[in-house]
Design a protein around this ligand. Structure first.
Ligand SMILES: [Zn+2]
Length: 328
């Protein structure tokens, strides 16, 4: 295994303006983490979600993970500029673009329409079956009889069975750069992780990031956290990156839901040790409904009133504080 390219994780990220009447943030912060590895953050002045969007560039195609929380052409312009700069610097005639998603919640797909008419571009559909089929995460149906070798019309089981499989992972080749794609349902049925072999970066979407980890399917989440840790250990993952930052730099303390100004954010990057702690914390709480505070994340299990009520109460207080900031 060649040494991964070093990744620059030292950037200070935009985190909202104290008052949106005097904005200090650009709409998008665009940083090169390594050659052909671009991380973009959307401003909290545009959307409180302030998601991170990852662009990985290869010699034949680029992979965009998510289109952010804002409709419109802003992110498209950023991506076009980065792809052009890459093809020029690498002296490539031009490359394809695959627009995929960590999962299909609205703050990850809102910019899709701006890519629909882009030349040489495929926008992968959002549902789990389409995502699994596109990346080849569909295990052949074991119960299907093997097709006779002289029966060319026999359906290919790997194309027809699009159900998620527990150990599914598949390589996706960008040309001189391979990304492993893993099915990690739990936060969402269509959640997938992306592992960039070139840099040792594991992108975990909204499944693991320094913030509130909302869980739709606790059993699937437990299995996915185990899979992520096993994968990270086996493949020598160097950095874990999700799509948001909601924690403060105080262990176990998050910003309120909907916060538009987060001056005390930690880095969006986690290490494998922190990923292990999330997995162990999950196991310790056995996926019980409720809010469980760990140092690096807050586990939000279930949609019950004991999860939603405190979140919404803090969000309401934050809205008043935010309104006050706009006046001062
Ligand atoms: Zn999200």
């Amino acid at each position: 295994m060649p040494e991964p390219l070093p990744l620059d994780t030292s950037h200070r990220w935009i985190h909202g303006s104290r008052s949106r009447r005097h904005r200090t943030d650009p709409d998008h912060q665009v940083e090169q983490l390594a050659a052909g590895t671009v991380l973009v953050r959307q401003s909290k002045d545009l959307t409180y979600e302030a998601p991170f969007v990852l662009l990985l560039l290869g010699r034949e195609r680029a992979l965009l993970v998510d289109t952010g929380a804002v409709p419109g052409a802003g992110l498209r312009a950023v991506v076009d500029e980065q792809v052009d700069a890459w093809t020029r610097s690498e002296e490539l005639g031009g490359i394809d673009l695959v627009v995929a998603h960590s999962h299909s919640h609205g703050d990850h797909v809102a910019g899709d329409a701006a890519f629909a008419d882009r030349p040489r571009t495929t926008v992968v559909a959002h549902d789990a079956a389409s995502v699994h089929a596109f990346f080849g995460l569909t295990a052949p149906d074991a119960s299907a009889a093997p097709a006779a070798p002289d029966a060319p019309d026999a359906p290919d089981a790997s194309l027809t069975d699009a159900s998620p499989t527990p150990d599914a992972s598949a390589p996706f080749d960008l040309g001189g750069r391979v990304v492993d794609v893993l099915a990690i349902p739990g936060h969402h049925a269509a959640s997938v992780a992306f592992h960039d072999r070139a840099t040792g970066l594991l992108h975990t979407g909204d499944t693991v990031y320094p913030g509130r980890l909302y869980v739709e399917d606790p059993d699937a989440m437990a299995a996915s956290l185990d899979r992520l840790v096993a994968f990270a250990e086996e493949h020598g993952v160097r950095h874990v990156l999700g799509c948001h930052v909601e924690m403060t730099s105080r262990p176990g303390r998050d910003y309120p839901l909907g916060a538009r100004y987060q001056p005390d954010e930690p880095s969006p990057f986690l290490g494998v040790e922190q990923l292990r702690r999330v997995r162990d914390g999950w196991a310790a709480h056995a996926g019980r409904p409720g809010t469980h505070r760990l140092d690096d994340v807050v586990l939000c299990v279930g949609n019950g009133v004991n999860v939603a009520a405190p979140l919404l109460a803090r969000a309401a207080v934050e809205r008043v504080r935010d309104a006050w900031r706009q006046l001062t």
